[in-house]
Design a protein around this ligand. Sequence first.
Ligand SMILES: [Zn+2]
Length: 288
Amino acid sequence: MKKRNWLLPVCAAFLLGACSDETAQEPEDTAQEQSAQTDVEDDVASEQSASEQSDQPDIEEQENAEEELGEQDAEQSAEPRYRINPQNSQVEPIGDANEQAVLITIDDAPDTYSLEMAKTLKELDVPAIFFVNGHFLDTDEEQQTLSEIHDMGFAIGNHTNTHVNLKQSTESVQQDEIVSLNEHVEAITGEEPKFFRAPFGVNTEFSKALAEEQGMVRMNWTYGYDFMEGYMEPEALTEIMINAPELNNGGNLLMHDREWTNEALPQIIEGLRDKGYEFVDPDEIEGI
Ligand SMILES: [Zn+2]
């Protein structure tokens, strides 16, 4: 409890400086995004401690309970094999799915590096979600980029139209931020986003209900470092993404469309694989 109390003013301080002027520019904005992780949702504590909860026994219980579901499920990609825990955004296996798996997510796409990151991931056979911002989808070229990423098989998630702080937005603005982007993405890719991640990890009751109504699975993340001082270069970022104390089975890994993240990506994937982690296919995540 002491720890939480101590953290709150820190979060608040970050948020105050947040994103009033938007957007996905720069680490600064995503730094708040990170702090927001701790600040989100109904219960601050459970969000904050997503990483602390990482060794929780519930995954094991589930595994045992559903063990006999059978091997065939693995063959059927339409069958959900994982689900997102709404409390901490961790990915939990269903049935016999491998529990030593993490989910790769790239936010603030498709700005500058997303296409290259998608190519890297494709080459390494790693599925991922690209959470896109509408303000990166204005031009034909940007739309073409999104289309290519989608056609490579990656999941496209909704990260709002202009990367607003939903808590500082009226309901009609929230509505527009979320719904208009879904429509825009569908117009470009032919498919509406199945996933929603709020900018800065900050949702409202309204946005939660709206995301659900729009058929999207909502998530924040377990950990991410590429917007934090000291990690905005490939080597340090690789090191921390592979050795973060928060790394655990079902980890929901947050990265961004950033130069250093793009550079570090192959080593991050390799390092996680060396540790025995597989990568969750978003197509296998249970919808709502
Ligand atoms: Zn963002």
